[in-house]
Ligand binder design. Sequence first.
Ligand code: CTP
Length: 402
Amino acid sequence: MDKPKVVLGVSGGIAAYKACELLRRLTESGHEVRVVPTASALHFVGEATWSALSGNPATTEVWESVHEVPHVRIGQSADLVVVAPATADLLAKAAHGLADDLLTNTLLTARCPVVFAPAMHTEMWEHPATRENVATLRRRGAVVIEPAVGRLTGVDTGKGRLPDPGEIFEVCRRVLARGTAEQRLDLAGRHVVVSAGGTREPLDPVRFLGNRSSGKQGYALARAAVARGARVTLVSANSELPDPAGADVVRVGTAVQLREAVVKAAAEADAVVMAAAVADFRPARYAEGKIKKRDGHEPDPIALVRNPDVLAEISADRARPGQVVVGFAAETDDVLANGRAKLARKGCDLLVVNEVGEHKTFGAEASEAVVLASDGTETPVPYGPKEVLADTVWDLVARRLA
Ligand code: CTP
């Protein structure tokens, strides 16, 4: 099979250096990459770097190799165009159909999926002109990844950072895998909330009650939703995974903090997926000082109190009509019977039931599940990567939202 052809557009921002890492990921995973930098991108990273890393010439202007008509051919033959970083200027040109260099010509001739990964100062990202350009590009079927929050050029911090190149690569991989625009972008215009990871309930300044959730399933759900065009809020409890590109990440520690963040984000969400392992109980008392062992004394029992059940609460009290709520259930015995009872008890629309054991589900790269629906249907998901389960969940959610 031919290698998938990817055009990596690079516009003139300091984050251009991070596109080298994205390029490396793309070529190493078997993609044929053609880098099309703008003239200003070459101020940051030179032509020699792009051609050495891609194994192809990196051309900026339409006037080079004119007989090969690169201004038309490169876009026409691409399977994916990704622009990283995309500056405010490049987004404006793309939204208005300007074509004054090879990259903008390529964007006009491409009929394949297009991903923009913007990076700029917060003020530029928030400017109404940029907002409208981004909305235009999204309406036309492009995936515009929300920038990350953090350190910008110089001393500034805020929203506008280019997400981690490995995470932009993940978006590209998923977009490439998902066929036509209607199939690909079935969550466009939707806001979804995903909780991930496991809560920690502090006992004293050095100890907590926790669980073994890694956050991998929730992060896979967030990544899959970004690639399908959704606006994603990821409420992450104690996960060490890198932020998925394009998701707004809210970090929490305890079940009470997670509840607050999920309920707040759910107020304007089309779907809420509770993949987090939320502690059902927390220590009744938090010891301000470290609990010490005392010679000759048995340890005091740890009294626990109930935590709020976030899934049951948002299922019972839907923030908007038609909101789809999804829960997860990790069971060790009578998996399906327990799952059906839990679906009814929690009142959600879908419940993903996994069997758990020492090496199953928690921390693993793959899992096996059955998705139970409140209408009685059951969708088995065979053992496989967590991203396949994530896409099955979104298939079922998208069908309910449509
Ligand atoms: N959940 C929640 N709030 C809690 C506990 C769990 O929102 N306090 C959510 C989880 O995110 C998951 C689902 O509920 O989506 C299933 O959690 P589980 O702990 O298995 O359910 P329980 O009702 O605690 O059932 P049991 O203790 O009988 O296993």
